[in-house]
Design a protein around this ligand. Structure first.
Ligand code: AMP
Length: 416
C-alpha cells in the first residue's frame, strides 16, 4: 500500500491531461493580451485580514473555507481563497494606479478553499481572472462579460448560460437590506441556523445558502432588483443594452448575489449545461468600493474569476495538436557523440528531440521511439557517419530513406 497520498481535495495533473492545461493557459495569455490586459502574479498567501476585510466576514469563504495558519512570528496568514483582494492589495501597495497603463490585469494560479470535494470542486483549484480598474462605464461591464463568453466560445464551449443581476450600491442597498431583514425575520424559523444568524448580520448572504428549505424560503423574499436607486437602474439598463448590441444572450436572475461581499452593481455568472452540480464556470461583477475599503483611492473596478478545472473538463472534444517528436538513434555506442551533436543542432532548429543515452541496441531504441511518440527516428551508424548522412525512418509508414546531413533541415521542413 502507498504510504503517501495527495491531501483530500487536491489532485496531480500529468500527461496527457496536462496538455489541455498548457493549451488553456496559452489561450488565456493570447486572448486577454488582445484586450491589452497584462499578467499579474501575487503571493499564494497573504495576511488573513486582507480576506476578512476584502471578501467580508460573513461570507462562507471567510467563515468556513479559509486555510489560515500562524507563522513562526505569530502572524495570521491565509492561503488565498480568491485573487481579487490580493490584486487590489498589490495595486495599492505598489502604486500601480500611477505607474501601469492600462489598468487591466489578468492572473492564473491556484486558490485554496476548505470546500467539500466532489467532481469539479477541490480544495486546491486553479482560477484565471481579470480585473479592470478606474472605469465606471457600463459598456466596460458589457465588454468584460462579452470577453468571458467569447473566450469560452473560442474553446468551443457553447452549452453555456449567462446570468445577470445588479446587486445595488451603498446608496440603495442599506434600505433594501432593511426590507429584506424584515421579510426574512417574519419567516425566521424556516431558515437553517446559519441563515438565521445572517438575517441579523449580512442578510444578502441568505441567498448563498444551498439548502433546499432555505432556497425555497429565500425565493419568496423581496428582490434587490425592485429596490435599485436610479443610478444603479440606469447603469444596469446600459449594461443590458450593450450586451444586446454585442449579441450576447443573457438571462436575468434577480437572486444572483455571488458569494463575496465586495460586489456592487453588475453581478454575473456563466454556467455550463455539461457539468453536474458544480456547473458554474465563472463569476464576477463590479466592486466599486473594494479599493477604498482596502486603503486605496476611490476607484471603480470590475472583474471575474473562472474555474480552470471545470473548463478543462470541456476540452475533451478539442483536437489538441500532437507533439511531433524526433528520436535520434545510434547503431553503436561509439556513435553516441555524433548523436548528441545531431540532437543539439535539431533542438536549435526548434524540433523536440529525444536521445536515449542508455540505448543498448537499435531495436530497443526503436521501441523507445514508439513510446515517446516519435514521428521520425534519425539513425546514425557507421555508414551514415562516414558519408555525413542520416537514415530517417517515418514511424507511421515505416519507410526509411537516407539523407545527407546538409540537406536534413530542408527535408524536415518539407516533411515534418
Ligand atoms: P468565485 O471565486 O467563488 O466567484 O468562483 C469563481 C469560479 O471558480 C467558479 O465559477 C468556479 O468555476 C471556480 N471555483 C470556485 N470554487 C471552486 C472549487 N472549490 N473547486 C473548483 N473550482 C472552483
Amino acid at each position: 500500500m502507498n504510504e503517501f497520498k495527495a491531501p483530500k481535495g487536491t489532485r496531480d495533473i500529468f500527461p496527457p491531461e496536462i496538455q489541455k492545461w498548457q493549451f488553456l493557459e496559452r489561450a488565456i495569455h493570447d486572448y486577454y493580451q488582445k484586450f491589452l490586459y497584462q499578467e499579474i502574479r501575487t503571493p499564494i498567501f497573504e495576511h488573513s485580514e486582507l480576506f476578512s476585510r476584502g471578501i467580508g466576514d460573513e461570507t462562507d469563504v471567510v467563515q468556513k473555507e479559509m486555510y489560515t495558519f500562524k507563522d513562526k512570528s505569530d502572524r495570521s496568514l491565509t492561503l488565498r481563497p480568491e485573487n481579487t483582494a490580493a490584486v487590489v492589495r498589490a495595486a495599492i501597495e505598489n502604486n500601480l494606479f500611477e505607474t501601469v497603463a492600462p489598468l487591466r490585469f489578468y492572473y492564473i494560479g491556484p486558490m485554496f478553499r476548505y470546500d467539500k470535494p466532489q467532481k469539479g470542486r477541490y480544495r486546491q483549484f486553479q482560477q484565471f481572472g481579470i480585473e479592470v480598474f478606474a472605469d465606471e462605464s457600463p459598456q466596460l461591464d458589457a465588454e468584460v462579460i462579452f470577453s468571458a463568453v467569447d473566450f469560452l466560445k473560442n474553446l468551443q464551449i457553447t452549452d453555456i448560460r449567462l446570468e445577470l443581476n445588479s446587486v445595488g450600491c451603498p446608496q440603495c442597498r442599506p434600505a433594501y437590506l432593511d426590507v429584506l431583514r424584515r421579510a426574512a425575520s417574519a419567516e425566521k424559523n424556516k431558515f437553517c441556523a446559519d441563515c438565521q444568524r445572517k438575517i441579523d448580520g449580512n442578510a444578502l448572504r441568505i441567498f448563498d445558502c444551498k439548502l433546499p428549505a432555505c432556497a425555497e424560503t429565500a425565493g419568496r423574499l423581496p428582490l434587490i432588483s425592485d429596490h435599485l436607486c436610479p443610478a444603479c437602474r440606469d447603469h444596469f439598463a446600459a449594461v443590458r443594452e450593450t450586451l444586446n448590441c454585442m449579441n450576447v444572450p443573457f438571462q436575468l436572475n434577480p437572486r444572483l448575489v455571488r458569494g463575496l461581499d465586495y460586489y456592487t452593481k453588475t453581478a454575473f455568472e456563466v454556467t455550463s449545461g455539461q457539468l453536474g452540480a458544480q456547473n458554474a464556470l465563472l463569476g464576477g461583477g463590479r466592486y466599486n468600493n473594494l479599493i477604498k475599503e482596502l486603503g486605496g483611492p476611490d476607484m471603480a473596478c470590475i472583474g471575474f474569476a473562472a474555474g480552470m478545472e471545470r473548463i478543462v473538463l470541456h476540452l475533451d472534444h478539442l483536437a489538441l495538436p500532437r507533439a511531433k517528436n524526433l528520436f535520434v538513434a545510434y547503431g553503436d555506442h561509439q556513435w553516441l557523440a555524433h548523436a548528441i551533436q545531431l540532437a543539439q543542432v535539431l533542438r536549435e532548429e526548434g524540433y523536440p528531440v529525444y536521445l536515449d543515452y542508455q540505448g543498448k541496441n537499435l531495436k530497443k531504441q526503436f521501441k523507445k521511439a514508439d513510446r515517446v511518440a516519435a514521428a521520425f527516428t534519425l539513425v546514425l551508424a557507421e555508414d551514415e557517419v562516414k558519408t555525413a548522412s542520416v537514415s530517417v525512418k517515418n514511424m507511421a509508414s515505416q519507410e526509411q530513406i537516407k539523407i545527407s546531413l546538409k540537406d536534413l533541415n530542408a527535408w524536415l521542413k518539407k516533411n515534418y
